[in-house]
Design a protein around this ligand. Structure first.
Ligand SMILES: Nc1ncnc2c1ncn2[C@@H]1O[C@H](COP(=O)(O)OP(=O)(O)OP(=O)(O)O)[C@@H](O)[C@H]1O
Ligand SMILES: [Mg+2]
Length: 238
């Protein structure tokens, strides 16, 4: 990601610039946390990393493919091939079974229905929900819902998992369980993880922290001993 800028058109005319010359590289196998105040541009940045959106200027390459000028169809193919998404609010279909929810994205991969079932059952087993495949999402706890969402993300065999506040809707016990699971996926399967969070305690599960402030990178490096470092920098910039 090199000198990425992102602007959105404003209703009253003109544009609002949200990202300013954002440059970083993420190497395969990293576990990166992105922090920053509300409105600083974290989700905008993640949407670009995840090929959900393209930058206004700058260059972004994902697994050697320059996605900067791709069409929506091309972006969808890249996402489908490389990326699993996990969201704060799980984004499960409430009226479809747990198994259906995990299977659904596999439809776009040209897998036979039988293989989709086998693959999805494997993934539910991985997240410890093999006995819940016929349940509906509203019948599960928050932590279980998030594990279904992770099984769905894993089903496509992603190289990269992008998680926007994955524990934001969970209590700390369930949140920790999800974070340990991410850690395990990163460590044992080598899946690259990029996770947005508001909390330093959560960021500490990662190996690298990128702090965004007002659309610019304020800190990029190892997890610091305390988050005071981040505050000092933002004060210095004001
Ligand atoms: N699609 C869009 N159209 C117009 N403006 C947008 C769009 N997406 C984001 N913005 C603006 O960009 C800025 C940054 O938004 P973004 O969602 O990236 O922040 P964030 O750091 O993820 O905040 P939060 O912690 O609250 O989720 C905000 O001012 C927001 O209003
Ligand atoms: Mg956000």
């Amino acid at each position: 990601m090199n000198k990425i800028c992102k602007s959105f058109p404003l209703e009253i005319g003109g544009v609002q610039q949200v990202l300013f010359d954002v440059t970083f590289n993420i190497t395969a196998g990293e576990f990166v946390a992105i922090m920053g105040p509300s409105g600083s541009g974290k989700s905008t940045c993640m949407n670009i990393i995840g090929a959900l959106d393209t930058p206004t200027s700058g260059v972004y390459e994902l697994y050697g493919k320059n996605i900067t000028n791709m069409t929506n169809d091309e972006l969808a193919m890249v996402r489908n091939e490389y990326i699993g998404f996990v969201f704060q609010n799980f984004n499960l279909l409430p009226k479809r079974s747990v198994l259906d929810n995990v299977m659904l994205p596999l439809m776009y991969r040209g897998m036979s229905p039988n293989d989709r079932v086998i693959r999805s059952r494997e993934m539910l087993h991985r997240v410890g929900l093999e006995n819940f495949e016929t349940y509906l999402p509203p019948q599960l706890s928050g932590g279980m819902k998030q594990r279904v969402a992770i099984a769905r993300a894993l089903a496509g065999n992603p190289k990269l998992i992008l998680a926007d506040e994955p524990t934001g809707a969970l209590d700390s016990t369930m949140g920790n369980e999800i974070l340990k699971f991410f850690k395990q996926l990163n460590h044992d399967m080598g899946i690259t993880i990029v996770m947005i969070t508001h909390e330093f305690e959560i960021a500490r599960y990662a190996n690298r922290l990128i702090h965004i402030y007002d659309g610019r990178i304020n800190y990029d490096g190892k997890i610091p001993a305390s988050e005071d470092v981040l505050n000092k920098k933002t004060k210095a910039r004001k």
